[in-house]
Design a protein around this ligand. Structure first.
Ligand SMILES: NC(=O)c1ccc[n+]([C@@H]2O[C@H](COP(=O)([O-])OP(=O)(O)OC[C@H]3O[C@@H](n4cnc5c(N)ncnc54)[C@H](O)[C@@H]3O)[C@@H](O)[C@H]2O)c1
Length: 312
C-alpha cells in the first residue's frame, strides 16, 4: 500500500503542476512527538536530508522550530481511528506514508500516575505498529530508552561496564516497563512479517544545546550523574541516529544504545568507576572519557557518528 501510494505526486505545495510532476520523489516519514525535545531536531534533520515530514503530535511545534516545510497533524495517538486515518491521508495535504518514527510518549517517570504513563506509552506504540502492519508500512523506528538497562543505577550496579546491548534488560519503573513492551512488540511484529524493519533506539538522556551550561555544575561530584553512567545524547545527534536507522538497509528487529562519544564529566572514567562502582568488572576503552554506554554497535551497523560534544 505505502509503495503504491507513495508515487502519488505532492498536492498543494504551491508549485506549478509540471514542476510538481517532475520533482524528484522524496520519501515521506511520519514523526510522532515531532513537537517534543527530540522530535523537533528529528523533523529538522529529516527535512534537511531529503525527507518529507508529517508531525503527529497533540500540540504544534513552538515557533522557531524550523518546521516550516513539515506538515503538522494534530493527533491523539491513543485513538486508533485517528492513527489509521492520519497515516492513510489527510485531505489534499498528503497521501501515503513510507516510514514512521515513533517518539511521542510521556517520558519522565514520577510526573503523573504510573498507570497513565504506562497506558499512553504502550497503547500509542501498539496503535502505530498495528496500523503500520495493516497499511504495509515496513520502515519503523521506535524510541526506546537507556532506562531499560536498569537505570537509574540506584541501588543497582551494572553487571559490567561499559554497558552494551547485551546488558540484561531490567526495567525499574512503569516508564521503563512501557519501553520494554515497545521492544517486545517490535520483535513480535517483525516475526509476523519478516520483511518489516523495526529499530528500537535506546536513547541516553536527551540534551539540548542550551542545556550544556548545566554540565559545569556536575564536575566536582560524580554522584549527580552516576545514575546513567554519566551518559547523554545531544538531540541533534539523536536525530542523526534516527535518520540513519530509517536509511539502514535491513529487515527484522534491531536495538541500539544511542549516546554521545563521551561522558558528561571531565574526570576520567577509571576514577569515576573506581569511586562509584568498585568491584564492577570494567573494561577500559581507548579514550579516557569515552561513553560508558557503548555505541559501538550503532557506529558499526548504522554508521552513527555523533558530531556534537558538550566540551566544544
Ligand atoms: N528526554 C530524554 O532524556 C529521553 C531519554 C530516553 C528516551 N527518550 C524517549 O524519546 C522520546 C522523545 O522524548 P522527548 O524528550 O522528546 O519527549 P517530549 O515530552 O519532549 O516530547 C514528547 C511529545 O509527544 C507528544 N505526545 C505525548 N503524548 C501524546 C499522545 N497521546 N498523542 C500525540 N502526541 C503525544 C507531546 O505533546 C510531546 O510533544 C520518548 O519516547 C522518550 O521516552 C527520551
Amino acid at each position: 500500500m505505502s509503495q503504491i501510494l507513495s508515487f502519488t505526486p505532492e498536492i498543494g505545495l504551491g508549485l506549478p503542476a509540471a514542476e510538481v510532476l517532475s520533482a524528484p520523489k522524496r520519501p515521506r516519514a511520519v514523526v510522532t512527538g515531532g513537537s517534543g525535545k527530540l522530535g523537533r531536531s528529528t523533523v529538522v534533520d529529516l527535512l534537511a536530508h531529503g525527507w518529507n515530514v508529517v508531525n503527529f503530535d497533540k500540540v504544534p511545534p513552538p515557533p522557531g522550530s524550523g518546521h516550516e516545510d513539515a506538515i503538522f497533524v494534530c493527533t491523539e495517538l491513543e485513538d486508533m481511528g485517528q492513527v489509521m486515518e492520519n497515516l492513510l491521508e489527510v485531505d489534499c495535504r498528503y497521501k501515503g506514508v513510507d516510514a514512521i518514527v515513533h517518539l511521542a510518549a510521556l517520558p519522565s517517570a514520577g510526573m503523573m500516575g504510573s498507570s497513565t504513563q504506562f497506558r499512553l506509552n504502550t497503547m500509542a506504540t501498539y496503535n502505530l505498529l498495528e496500523a503500520a502492519r495493516k497499511l504495509g508500512i515496513k520502515n519503523i523506528v521506535l524510541a526506546s530508552s537507556e532506562t531499560l538497562l536498569g537505570l537509574p543505577l540506584d541501588p543497582w550496579v551494572p553487571d559490567y561496564i561499559p554497558m552494551d546491548e547485551n546488558s540484561p534488560r531490567r526495567p525499574e519503573s512503569a516508564y521503563a516497563l512501557s519501553k520494554l513492551l515497545g521492544e517486545t512488540m517490535a520483535q513480535e511484529y517483525c516475526r509476523w512479517d519478516p520483511t518489516t524493519k523495526i529499530i528500537n533506539l535506546r536513547f541516553s538522556n536527551v540534551i539540548l544545546a542550551n542545556e550544556y551550561e548545566r554540565f559545569e555544575t556536575w564536575q566536582n561530584d560524580p554522584k549527580p550523574r552516576r545514575w546513567n553512567l554519566w551518559g547523554y545524547i545531544d538531540a541533534r545527534d539523536g536525530a542523526q541516529s534516527i535518520r540513519k536507522s530509517l536509511e539502514y538497509k535491513a529487515v527484522g528487529h534491531h536495538q541500539y544504545i544511542i549516546a554521545n562519544n563521551n561522558t558528561v564529566m571531565r574526570t576520567p572514567n577509571d576514577k569515576l568507576v573506581a569511586a562509584e562502582f568498585p568491584g564492577v568488572p570494567y573494561t577500559p576503552t581507548k579514550g579516557s572519557h569515552d561513553t560508558l554506554l557503548s555505541i559501538e554497535k550503532a557506529k558499526r551497523e548504522l554508521g552513527f557518528e555523533p558530531k556534537w560534544d558538550w566540551k566544544h
